[in-house]
Write a protein that binds this ligand. Sequence first.
Ligand code: G3H
Ligand code: 13P
Ligand code: NA
Ligand code: ZN
Length: 328
Amino acid sequence: ALVSLRQLLDHAAENGYGLPAFNVNNMEQVKAIMEAAQATNSPVILQGSAGARKYAGEAFLRHLILAALEAYPDIPVCMHQDHGTSPAVCARAIQSGFSSVMMDGSLKDDGKTPSDWDYNVNTTLAVVKIAHSCGVSVEGELGCLGSLETGQAGEEDGVGAEGTLDHSQLLTDPDEAAAFVKQTQVDALAIAIGTSHGAYKFTKKPTGAVLRIDRIKEIHARIPTTHLVMHGSSSVPQDWLEIINNYGGDMGSTYGVPVEEIVEGIKHGVRKVNIDTDLRMASTGSIRKFLAEHRKEFDPRKYYKVAQDAMVGICKARYEAFGAAGQA
Ligand code: G3H
Ligand code: 13P
Ligand code: NA
Ligand code: ZN
């Protein structure tokens, strides 16, 4: 059944777990997530970005999610617009049936230039007014994602600020978070606490804490009923990285956010954990390996199936680690 983000995350908060929010672009991703959710009895957040809409087209993206609802009637599913760049984009998503939208007013409507306080509050508030009158939830964002080490935003061509960010923008301020929530009434707030988008988060294997758990605690204490969202939460699985690099790929050496640290974040108030890169890597690695080992094979269903199975493995592991298993 289609449910709002508020419904899912209120339940997660009451029961002390976190939910992965997986990005979807195609049928295999949607099926993998639903199969893993069914196997572990987990609630689901399926999120579509502007890039997904560009790739699949609005109608295909919507119907893929509607197909998931029809095929798995017993699993609660939230249909979420990821990184809406303007109130118009969010309004369009609501019109097309999404039960939750993200207004990412931390960036201007080019999706790259960091905005100012008034812009963020005004665009987010405009979306909250429309969304809440339709029973749709809203996620806002305060702070800009980027590496605390280098100030770089991460992905070159994806979602996020461009270039080098000021250190103060890279960590969400707890007082500002309280004021932002008071003014906008968002249901969920994406915060900057040390993560960045894409596969190239950390150049060295994380030994200590990469997440600023102290900051998560401070923010959670100030806005206890607003659900904290962590973007850029892929763990960059080293087994899939090795397969990609061993079967013709060249991703080099790179690290993501350790699953144990995400679990620690969940203990302190993180409820929605955005993951895209990990599923991309499982797809690419499994397809590279399959094609290298089956050189006569030309039926795409064969390698799409191995990609789907590889993604199921990641999704199940995250549902279990985050405590979502058994909560559907
Ligand atoms: O936050 C970014 C997501 O990974 C979506 O990426 O814009 O390439 O679809 P995308
Ligand atoms: P990753 O690139 O770490 O998977 O993050 C995805 C994300 O935050 C989508 O909004
Ligand atoms: Na989002
Ligand atoms: Zn994101």
